[in-house]
Design a protein around this ligand. Structure first.
Ligand SMILES: *Cc1c(COP(=O)(O)O)cnc(C)c1O
Length: 384
């Protein structure tokens, strides 16, 4: 078939969605010649971000991964150390542990939120305590737009004296008991990668409630340069700052965030109405403690009841130029971590979510007729 005559344009999982102001901010950066890693756009982006989404200190960096790497460095994670981490996540949550030559230890999800299970976390910390070991940190991931169960996780980590690093890369704009994502750990990380709810084409934000910690992140992200004219260095840093041009995109995107959240939540509701009656279909639950942004609409398909499975549905959508993806393959199942013989506390919940979970197209610019078409294609695969 002639691809150019295909009646539908390709539908992506979560493509960028620009607002009206991004280009203006970028043009201002060009017109004032602030196109490097310093400038008014980056200052304004950090200030607005901190004020609106975490009430803390924010440092704009080149990626969410860089923000997590800085967190590991600031906590002095090093060779021989252990860091606990959610197993159901994108590998960028765990990579910075390995960058520091430390060992990840994974923790299963709970059914309520799909995020780190507090019981499994406590089990992991207790097992370590009995061996006289204390992990250097716990990286808690806020999955698919939803905060983890911090009302339980924070006191557990406090009791064991282990700092939390919050990977809020997927959860900008969500909250837990009225507190915004990113504010629960000693440090937090956001991502503005192209598929996130807002994007700077690529970028991230390091956040902390502690001004000194944020200052340290800023210093390490700019090659650990002392305040001298001749570039004095007392330690090794990184080139992790965001470009001022990209901060301009971020400034424009930040203004759109609330409407993007509304759009994605609406998309979720349309899917729920369109697919909720199908046998064996479940939806990622919204936990009682907060508002999910529904960054991605995730469904589960139980093959024992559905008469089909998530793989068949994914391939059927692919055939019609609609992109969908399995829920994250858990880290404890990844060959690279199996090779390292990493441990996982629990794992069955994440394994089931991976086996049955499918992320549907959720971009905030998705049109109603496209949604209807996708719902129709899924229903067709169910044979009803
Ligand atoms: C996207 C993502 C990251 C990494 O962000 P980048 O900006 O792509 O480096 C980290 N953790 C999770 C859970 C993510 O989804």
């Amino acid at each position: 078939m002639d691809a150019t005559r295909h009646p539908h344009k390709r539908v992506f999982l979560s493509p960028p969605h620009l607002g009206d102001d991004e280009f203006r901010f970028v043009r201002e950066a060009f017109e004032t010649n602030w196109i490097a890693q310093v400038g008014p756009q980056i200052d304004a982006f950090e200030a607005e971000f901190a004020k609106r989404y975490c009430a803390t200190h924010a440092v704009a960096v080149s990626s969410g991964t860089a923000a997590l790497h800085l967190a590991m460095r600031i906590l002095d994670v090093g060779p021989g150390d252990e860091v606990l981490c959610s197993t159901l996540t994108f590998i960028a949550s765990a990579n910075p542990i390995v960058y520091r030559a430390a060992r990840p230890v994974f923790v299963d999800s709970e059914e309520t939120s799909w995020n780190m299970c507090p019981k499994r976390l406590e089990e992991a910390l207790e097992t370590r305590r009995r061996k006289g070991r204390r992990p250097k940190a716990v990286i808690v991931v806020d999955l698919y737009g939803q905060c983890a169960n911090y009302a339980e996780i924070v006191p557990i980590c406090e009791a064991y004296g282990v700092p939390i690093v919050e990977d809020a890369a997927e959860a900008l704009g969500s909250c837990c008991n009225g507190v915004p994502a990113g504010a629960f750990g000693q440090m937090g990380a956001f991502s503005f990668n192209g598929n996130k709810i807002i994007t700077t084409s690529g970028g991230g934000m390091f956040v902390s409630n502690d001004a000194a910690v944020a200052g340290r992140a800023r210093y390490l992200a700019t090659q650990a340069r002392e305040q001298t004219a001749h570039y004095e260095h007392l330690e090794i840093g990184y080139n992790y700052r965001m470009s001022n041009v990209l901060a301009g995109i971020g400034l424009g995107q930040l203004r759109m965030l609330e409407s993007r959240i509304q759009a994605r939540r609406r998309i979720f509701e349309i899917y729920r109405q369109g697919l909720g009656d199908l046998p064996g279909v479940g939806f990622m639950p919204e936990a009682p403690w907060g508002r999910s942004t529904r960054w991605l609409t995730c469904i589960t398909i139980d093959p024992a009841v559905a008469g089909t499975d998530r793989e068949k549905v994914m391939l059927a959508l692919q055939k019609e130029s609609v992109e969908s993806r399995p829920v994250w393959k858990p880290m404890h199942m990844q060959p690279v971590f199996l090779d390292m013989r990493t441990e996982c506390f629990g794992g069955a919940v994440a394994e089931r979510l991976y086996a049955q979970g499918l992320c549907l197209p959720s971009g905030s610019a998705l049109q109603d007729d496209e949604l209807e078409r996708i719902i129709g294609l899924v229903r067709r695969e169910f044979g009803r």
